[in-house]
Design a protein around this ligand. Structure first.
Ligand SMILES: Nc1ncnc2c1ncn2[C@@H]1O[C@H](COP(=O)(O)OP(=O)(O)OP(=O)(O)O)[C@@H](O)[C@H]1O
Length: 237
């Protein structure tokens, strides 16, 4: 079976692993050093806290999990499907259908409103659209409400929102349509302690409602207690 004819993952099965990696390595172009990653095994609904010194490859690992880079060696399964043998187009589809991603800089579309940003995954994925109930717009509005974005801001250009609000819009975009996997790369680094804790609790609470697994990168180890598992990346010799 080639990557274009794969069956969609049946993530409703109780034994579904959200993420399973084995002996994963990656080398950036023109870099002598190959990054080596510890194995990860995460059952659906479990959350992982990923930390380690700067330059150890945390963002690179999230990029691999998101299917944005191809490992040089090793196995990477998401929802029991091997990503390393998929074509780029199939990995893109996997990401659109099954993953929510929150970057450090949020990567919101600056000329779209908060609501339109939150709705984007439903425009890119029929599956996410079908899972956003009762409708995509109502699901987006519900998430924005839960994430404390005032209704008066929903139709405003997203750049007019505060950093904390933009970050919560990015969370709404990641959560809409109940993706099985949420990848978050230091999304709390721009926040003060109170807002950081509130944001994390909300993100995990909303993720739990859809039985999503969260992989969360942060330097702030005081957050680790919120997660089922923690993993430290170390400097590769
Ligand atoms: N686009 C790139 N091209 C070449 N090398 C890269 C690229 N991105 C990252 N690297 C290299 O890969 C290594 C790991 O970088 P990465 O950003 O994944 O680390 P990190 O642990 O997320 O760091 P930080 O905590 O500072 O964000 C570093 O040595 C870095 O220089």
């Amino acid at each position: 079976m080639n990557s274009e004819t794969r069956q969609p993952p049946d993530s409703s099965r109780p034994d579904t692993l959200a993420i399973r990696t084995r002996n994963l390595y990656f080398r950036w172009q023109n870099q002598a050093r190959e990054l080596a990653f510890p194995d990860i095994q995460l059952t659906r609904g479990e959350h992982l806290f990923l930390h380690g010194p700067s330059g150890t490859g945390k963002s690179t690992l999230l990029g691999l999990l998101a299917g944005m880079h191809t490992p040089s060696r090793g196995s990477l399964q998401l929802l029991n499907q091997e990503l390393t043998t998929m074509k780029a187009s199939a990995r893109d589809r996997m990401r659109a259908d099954h993953m929510g991603v929150i970057f450090q800089q949020f990567n919101l579309v600056p000329y779209l409103s908060a609501l339109a940003n939150a709705l984007l995954p439903c425009r890119l994925s029929i599956l996410r659209h079908s899972r956003a109930i009762p409708s995509a717009t109502e699901a987006a509005q519900h998430l924005l409400t839960q994430l404390a974005i005032p209704q008066s801001h929903w139709h405003q250009g997203v750049t007019r929102l505060s950093i904390g609000q933009q970050q919560r819009v990015a969370a709404a975009r990641a959560l809409i349509g109940a993706p099985e996997i949420i990848l978050a790369d230091e999304p709390t680094s721009a926040l003060d302690t109170d807002n950081r804790d509130r944001f994390l609790e909300l993100l995990l609470k909303l993720a739990e409602r859809s039985n999503s697994s969260v992989v969360f990168v942060s330097h702030d180890q005081s957050l680790a207690g919120h997660f089922h598992h923690r993993l430290a990346l170390e400097v590769t010799p």
